[in-house]
Design a protein around this ligand. Structure first.
Ligand code: AMP
Ligand code: ZN
Length: 114
């Protein structure tokens, strides 16, 4: 738990979120400011600042996060395609410094990303 971290506050139940899934290691909830018809965030309960802060000890957790992202995309009916995104650092668009996997879908995506 990091005091100022908004996602740690969601985990602690101090601020509300539209929860989709939770277990002893992870939570998934709807993004407050969706950029696609489906925009889900998968986060670990453990406070990790971002992808670059992952260590070997987090490899199993990372795998579980991706598997959960896939499951939630399937449940959301995104069989035509979806995007799993992790922004790392401010210039990549990271605004919350608690690891999170974006699950985006429900519209046609362009490449390269902005
Ligand atoms: P990033 O820009 O990759 O760090 O993504 C952070 C995401 O968290 C953004 O898409 C925000 O809209 C989302 N977000 C920020 N605060 C909340 C919140 N309280 N509940 C749900 N999503 C949030
Ligand atoms: Zn946190």
């Amino acid at each position: 738990m990091t005091q100022a971290c908004i996602f740690c506050k969601i985990i602690a139940g101090d601020i509300p979120a539209k929860l989709i899934y939770e277990d002893d290691a992870m939570l998934a909830f709807h993004d407050i400011s969706p950029v696609a018809p489906t925009h889900i965030l998968v986060i670990p309960r453990k406070h990790i600042a971002g992808p670059a802060a992952l260590t070997q000890a987090d490899e199993t957790l990372m795998g579980k996060m991706v598997n959960l992202g896939n499951d939630l995309a399937a449940k959301a009916g995104l069989q035509d395609g979806f995007r799993l995104v992790m922004n790392n650092g401010e210039s990549a668009g990271q605004t919350v410094f608690h690891l999170h996997l974006h699950v985006l879908g429900g519209r046609v995506m362009t490449w390269p990303p902005g």
